[in-house]
Write a protein of this length. Structure first.
Length: 72
C-alpha cells in the first residue's frame, strides 16, 4: 500500500473577483496488484478544496484511478 498527499494550486490572473486561487489537497491510497498476468495499480482518495472561487465544486470530492502497467 502506498499513501500520498498531493497539493496542487492554480491562479487565474484574469479573474475579476478576489478569489483567483484554486487549491485542492488530495489524500490518496494506492495498491499495486496482479489480475491474472496483468499488473495494475488501483488508487482512491479524497479531495478537499482549501481555497477556491465561488464558482468551483463543493468543498469535498473523490478521486478513483485504475492504471494498467506494461513493464518491459
Amino acid at each position: 500500500m502506498t499513501y500520498s498527499v498531493n497539493l496542487e494550486s492554480t491562479y487565474n490572473h484574469e479573474a475579476a473577483s478576489d478569489q483567483e486561487w484554486s487549491v485542492p489537497i488530495n489524500l490518496m491510497i494506492s495498491k499495486l496488484l496482479r489480475l491474472g498476468s496483468q499488473t495494475v495499480t488501483i488508487q482512491a482518495g479524497i479531495r478537499y478544496w482549501a481555497d477556491s472561487p465561488d464558482s468551483s465544486p463543493d468543498d469535498w470530492g473523490a478521486r478513483l484511478a485504475f492504471t494498467l502497467l506494461f513493464p518491459k
